[in-house]
Design a protein around this ligand. Structure first.
Ligand SMILES: [Zn+2]
Ligand SMILES: [Zn+2]
Length: 601
């Protein structure tokens, strides 16, 4: 006899007695999908026996295949046929759930980030019935998605309600794709640490609720400034300021930060990591007092993380952010053993993989990453922007190849964890290939290669033309995403001229891209709106760079603002709440920066 899924679907599903919630959820999921594939669902039976995170599919009355339950060192989960039974076993409840989905995927299931209605579940005649041995040894231990709390508009109940269903679907897909957690990023204006409505969805699946972000402002309340200005940074003008982070030399300030960080972590359900970052500024938030002045911004930030790590104690990690003015590795301060670096190369070039020696822009980022890997003895995670609708100005930017090659490089370099910033439904629309490639590649970089096909498969009959279109779009947009924020082309004349030429080159490819999209057997209106928006933005930026006077610059900015209508036309289902509410705010911000620059010309 061999393990046959169709036969096992008519047998029993043995579940360890008193199993934690994600194990029970894994049993429900396994039973439900087997039922959808084969008709019968196995009868669940709770059994005493070895503890741990495992499930056993067996013929009725068969005992647990105990010898098959062990998970080898270094593996997260295993699927093992054991005579006519089959076992799924995980190193943790979350890993067990991922193993169940791995078994179902091997049988022919295909997952979809927009919800179960877009999944493919095979029928008895198309499902692969023999259970093969599987074992997962992931490239990265931490595989997280990250999102800014403000994008939930939690202060506006109807906007929050409008996006929550898509978030629940996304969390479900995260578990199916083997992600490990979701980071809620707090900014200076936020009033909460998590989206409480999503916490049960994460916990049910054993996914980590990760918290923190740009939180030093929250950890050192500004209300203390009047009585204790010396706890706050000395600005370059020689005055203490409550606008920056903290005076890293102030023991009293650090005592407050430590205490409040401990309270914040304790309030994050089940969390052991705390992301302790300074303000989200290009620079200027750190202290210039005589004690701090000898320290770089990165050294100051790290010294705060070190102090907090000491307070949080064993079993926790503090993540120090390498980003903007803290991107360079600290030089004077050594990291506490429980402090990890979170390397966030936002202004890198996305036309080339980070390791591509032909890209001069990315070389300093590579050096900075290497320096962190050395200083932190390998305790380094990378925070990536493959789904960043602000960085890419909302434009469609497929990056399947860059994502795959980056993750392969990060894994070889010794990076232990990766995360990817997303903006809800908007990221699935404009960066869907990247999100799929990241999720797959974080488990195994080579697996990112199938992302374009998987994403395109979601378009049904149009899959092949969509795959061709996305590959062409990826080549065209690579010429554009070389200079950081797409909506903020460089001011310096030589670089501006190069970007202008790149925008013109992209414009010349627009008819071909439209032709590829129109070749689909069904009209893909949402994709057309996104392409219209993308070329409206690129055209307006080209006009801005070509503008000879104030009038021409204003006309370019008007065209840029006008582009947003194409996104609105896609509606909530296409563009999500970010497209309907936040894109315009992003445009105002960048137009303001461009206008200020124009006024100086
Ligand atoms: Zn200071
Ligand atoms: Zn480059």
């Amino acid at each position: 006899m061999s393990a046959d899924l169709a036969r096992l679907a008519a047998g029993v599903l043995l579940v360890p007695e008193g199993a934690p919630e994600p194990v029970a959820f894994a049993a429900e999921e396994l039973g439900a999908y087997l039922g959808r594939m084969f008709g019968p669902s196995p009868v669940q039976r709770s059994v005493a026996g070895p503890g741990g995170a495992w499930l056993c599919l067996a013929p009725a009355d068969a005992p647990v295949a105990v010898r098959a339950l062990a998970v080898p060192a270094g593996a997260e989960w295993v699927v093992r046929p054991a005579d006519d039974a089959a076992v799924v076993s995980g190193a943790s409840p979350r890993a067990l759930l991922a193993g169940v989905y791995g078994l179902l995927e091997a049988a022919g299931c295909r997952w979809a980030p927009r919800g179960t209605h877009e999944e493919h579940v095979p029928r008895p005649d198309t499902a692969r019935r023999p259970v093969a041995a599987l074992e997962l040894r992931p490239a990265f231990a931490r595989r997280a998605f990250a999102a800014d709390l403000a994008t939930w508009h939690y202060g506006v109940p109807e906007r929050l309600a409008a996006r929550l269903p898509s978030d629940v679907a996304f969390v479900d897909w995260m578990a199916k794709r083997g992600a490990t957690g979701l980071l809620f990023i707090r900014h200076a204006n936020d009033t909460q640490w998590v989206i409480p409505e999503l916490v049960p969805e994460l916990r049910r699946r054993g996914l980590d609720v990760e918290g923190g972000g740009h939180v030093l402002v929250e950890l050192l309340p500004r209300s203390l400034f009047a009585a204790h200005p010396e706890r706050f940074p000395l600005a370059p003008d020689g005055r203490r300021s409550d606008l920056g982070n903290v005076c890293a030399a102030s023991a009293a300030a650090l005592a407050v930060v430590r205490e409040r960080a401990a309270a914040a972590l304790a309030a994050l359900p089940g969390a052991t990591d705390f992301h302790l970052w300074g303000l989200d500024l290009p620079g200027g938030g750190w202290c210039a007092c005589p004690s701090c002045a000898r320290l770089s911004p990165a050294d100051q930030a790290l010294s705060v993380c070190n102090a907090v790590a000491e307070t949080l104690g064993a079993g926790t990690r503090v993540l120090h952010l390498a980003y903007h003015d803290t991107l360079e590795s600290p030089r004077a301060v050594r990291p506490h053993p429980r402090v990890w670096a979170e390397f966030a190369p936002r202004e890198r070039c996305y036309a080339h993989p980070l390791e591509d020696p032909a890209c001069a822009t990315n070389a300093p980022y590579r050096r900075a990453l290497d320096a962190h890997l050395t200083l932190f003895a390998g305790r380094v995670h990378v925070f990536e922007y493959y789904g960043d609708a602000i960085l890419f100005g909302g434009c469609a930017v497929p990056l399947a190849e860059v994502v795959q090659r980056d993750l392969d490089y990060y894994a070889r370099a010794g990076v232990r964890g990766v995360s990817c910033l997303v903006f809800g439904q908007y990221s699935l629309w404009a960066y869907g290939v990247n999100v799929e490639a990241f999720a797959r590649g974080a488990v195994s970089p080579a697996a990112a290669a199938s992302a374009r096909g998987t994403h395109a498969a979601g378009f049904g009959r149009a899959a092949e033309p969509v795959a061709r279109y996305l590959a062409a779009l990826e080549r065209v947009m690579a010429g554009v995403v070389t200079y950081g924020d797409v909506l903020l082309p460089p001011a310096e004349a030589e670089r501006a001229a190069a970007v202008r030429a790149a925008l013109a080159a992209a414009r010349r490819q627009a008819p071909e891209l439209r032709r590829l999209l129109a070749a689909a057997p069904v009209r893909l209106a949402a994709e057309e709106h996104l392409l219209d928006y993308t070329f409206a933005v690129l055209g307006a930026l080209e006009r801005w760079l070509a503008a000879a006077d104030a009038e021409a610059r204003e006309a370019a900015l008007a065209a840029l603002a006008g582009a947003v209508r194409h996104v609105r036309a896609a509606g909530l289902v296409g563009a999500g709440t970010w497209g309907l509410h936040d894109l315009e705010i992003t445009h105002h911000f960048f137009a303001g920066a461009l206008r200020a620059r124009g006024a100086g010309q």
